[in-house]
Design a binder for this molecule. Sequence first.
Ligand code: BEZ
Ligand code: FE
Length: 283
Amino acid sequence: MSQVTIENITKVFEQSMSKDIHPRAREVLLSLVRHLHDFCREVQLTHDEWLVGIDYLTRAGQMTDDKRNEFILVSDVLGIESLVDAISHDGGENITESSVLGPFYREGAPKLGKDASISQRGDVDGESMRMAGKVTDPSGNPIAGATLDVWETGPDGLYEQQDAAQPDMNLRGVFTTAADGSYAFRGVRPVSYPIPYDGPAGDILQIMGRHPYRPAHVHMIVRAPGFQSLVSQIYDTNDPYIETDSVYAVKGSLMVDFQRAAAGSEVAWEVTHDVVLNRISTP
Ligand code: BEZ
Ligand code: FE
């Protein structure tokens, strides 16, 4: 093997790879290393700075467990999850836009009937809200039997797995559309909240002079046979952080207006949100 230099190390790395590695693994690894080597050369990375980077990644690993994934948070504040989402969901013209999944989704939320509430604690969970709409195909035909897996935080901005005071699976539920594609559920008006910022992801926000807040939102995954699953969110247009989401995930088409419900209604707020799913194209 030739002796490495600043100039040739990237080539030497490439040549050290076996010829028969998986083509996609080769493409991704080579590109990653090319960019990392270029980065070191461009900023003339010092040994002390390299150690800071190693320590940073070590702390991210040490903070990660089944309740908190610090690497997802780091990728989010760097805009990487949002970028990957945009690359992977190049939706058609009137398809509902996607948004990041984030680290707080849990499988196995309770399956609930139309109009049921995902809040298990009533007013303690926040101001009541009803969200309703239709799920259709791109031509406007209703999709019956689509499922909406929804989740949101309590009034303190914490998801149930972050908050010992909340019951298991609080503010999560799975709803199924009726024959006309309609769905409805009750929950709470979402609040803006800071992403966890007491670790390496927070360090980046601090270095950048940024706040850690996400504007108020409700998450959803919409699934239907024959259609591409959609990971998305709705965002409160009037939220003070709507323009400065700490994870760069807000899209104009996903911004909604929460309306005061009519007097006598069972809920305080109402919001409408229709969803258009893209068909899985057959070759
Ligand atoms: C969320 O909206 O749940 C979220 C997204 C990215 C990072 C942290 C939280
Ligand atoms: Fe969230």
